[in-house]
Design a protein around this ligand. Structure first.
Ligand code: ADP
Ligand code: SF4
Ligand code: MG
Length: 314
């Protein structure tokens, strides 16, 4: 059984002018226990909304979000609380996600106070010390405030907090994109180490293909709230079949000078997120487009083992 299972999930947002944005449009996906599943796509493609749906922070308009086979919609309060304790999240902006009025120790301790009421103060303190050491921080930083720390250290505090309850699944929402390049590599190495040590399952949201290649087992490509391609990471990155994935990959520089990445530039701008799109969302931008593309929704179909593409010409 997959750890997370989304079936036909839709989620829209209403804009101030009354129009609706389909942030997530009929998405079905699974996240397997112990694996790292990457979500990639341009800004506005629905990655963060999917992350919040998986965490139960946002209800779907329709469709189901299940964790270990149980639909999380309408879970009674005590069960929802227990579930929350098994889910962690690390955000893009460490500073914005840390309460500036609390010390680092209080920030990391807070989930224990909420979810582990039987622990004594001394036991909580010991766990906070251990969590800080795990993210390579000196436990003495517990008395400091996050604003007195560097971006990389703040992100380590965010990670300690996300892991203090020993969650099963951690959503990483662009966790390194606000950090300097040198710090990024260290934080990624830390995520890798914590994954191996605790058997963590990650939903890893990123727009950095190089990181996704190094870090994930499965990749899901989103465009305008829809899954356009998915499969094992090495397979999808070596043999992208959807024109949109090919365009995303062509923007990256190949590390191997003997391999030139497929050059497949996308033309034009994406349609308005509020527009109704009857067929493939790439219509108007796709170099392979034919008249059938705009007639009806294009479902995913298999093109390899576990590799699926939503394109009638793939
Ligand atoms: N709370 C919200 N209110 C209105 N629109 C939203 C809200 N959250 C997301 N959206 C819209 O939903 C779409 C997807 O957003 P998001 O999930 O943040 O994408 P990504 O994380 O891939 O950049 C965008 O068009 C965005 O403007
Ligand atoms: S379905 Fe048509 S428009 Fe969509 S990606 Fe394939 S060829 Fe392009
Ligand atoms: Mg986002």
């Amino acid at each position: 059984m997959p750890l997370v299972d989304l079936r036909n999930v839709f989620r829209s947002f209403r804009r101030p002018d009354g129009s609706s944005v389909w942030a997530v449009n009929d998405v079905s996906l699974t996240v397997e226990q112990g694996q790292t599943t990457a979500l990639i796509g341009e800004s506005g493609s629905g990655k963060s909304t999917l992350g919040r749906l998986v965490l139960g922070l946002l209800p779907p308009d329709s469709g189901t979000v299940s964790f270990e086979g149980v639909n999380i919609a309408g879970l009674p309060r005590p069960e929802m609380r227990r579930l929350r304790a098994r889910l962690g999240v690390v955000f893009q902006e460490p500073y914005e996600s840390l309460n500036p009025r609390l010390t680092v120790g209080a920030i990391v301790e807070e989930p224990l106070i909420i979810h582990r009421p039987a622990l004594t103060r001394a036991e909580r303190r010991a766990r906070v010390d251990q969590a800080l050491r795990e993210v390579d921080l000196d436990p003495q930083v517990a008395d400091r405030y996050p604003q007195a720390m560097s971006g990389g250290q703040q992100q380590r505090v965010g990670i300690a907090r996300a892991l203090i309850l020993e969650p099963s699944l951690v959503v990483l929402d662009e966790p390194t994109s606000s950090l300097d390049l040198s710090v990024r590599a260290q934080i990624l190495e830390l995520f890798g180490r914590l994954r191996a040590k605790h058997g963590l399952t990650y939903l890893f949201i990123s727009h950095d293909i190089t990181t996704v290649e190094y870090f994930s087992d499965q990749v899901i490509v989103l465009y305008l709230g829809r899954v356009v391609e998915r499969g094992p990471t090495p397979e999808v990155l070596a043999r992208p079949r959807h024109p949109y994935t090919q365009a995303l990959l062509s923007a990256r520089l190949s590390v191997d000078p003997t391999v030139s990445p497929p050059h497949f530039p996308m033309t034009g701008d994406p349609p308005s997120p509020t527009a109704f799109i009857p067929g493939c969302p790439l219509v108007g931008r796709c170099p392979l487009e034919v008249s059938e593309c705009s007639k009806a929704p294009v479902p995913l179909h298999a093109v390899g083992v576990g590799h699926e593409v939503a394109c009638i010409r793939a």
